[in-house]
Design a protein around this ligand. Sequence first.
Ligand SMILES: [Fe+2]
Ligand SMILES: [Fe+2]
Length: 224
Amino acid sequence: MIPKAVSHVLRNELVPVFISFNAWKCSNCRASLVPNGARRYSVLPPTTDSEEKAMLDRMLRVDHAGEYGANRIYAGQMAVLGRSQSGPLIQRMWDQEKYHLQKFDEILAENRVRPTVLLPLWNIAGFALGASSALLGKAGAMACTVAVEESISEHYNSQIRALMEADPDRYEELLQLIKQFRDDEIEHHDTGLEHDAESAPAYGLLKTVIQMGCRAAIYASKRI
Ligand SMILES: [Fe+2]
Ligand SMILES: [Fe+2]
């Protein structure tokens, strides 16, 4: 029988990494990439030219990276605060991030989009950010959540604007998905504020530094 701690690590730490790695590794075997029981997801129209394909690839790559990083941040927070009173609250947000990541894993595989090569870095950096913010206590974890979720929801808003300007009918399904995820991120942001984020030590500085990191991560993940 596998000890509980080992099965926890396998389930929460290794499986999400494996799924993302698989999406990159198997760009030619679409059928095997859809997790068992999940419905096939189709949010993108067939692309008409290489410019459109490049634009959509960049969007999906950075969205996938963001959701992957968010998952690692919540994993880090749960490693520190999982057994505290804040555990169930953080777990609820993490569960939504798992769903977001699963959707982007599916979309990347289905559309043969390569994930960013920076995933191993976001794996470590995300977990470290989550764990270190949680070491400041619940308020620190919530301050991190506010900073990150504000950056991600602003990022989604700018994508929504770009797709609306390009062709709202053509990208209707993708817009619907991004709007739904944007609303979830805003909810996470508001949850952080409702749970004492602003009383974290050096809240303003912490938020500014984390958001600078998020902007750099978004910039890099779009490109490589
Ligand atoms: Fe998310
Ligand atoms: Fe979120």
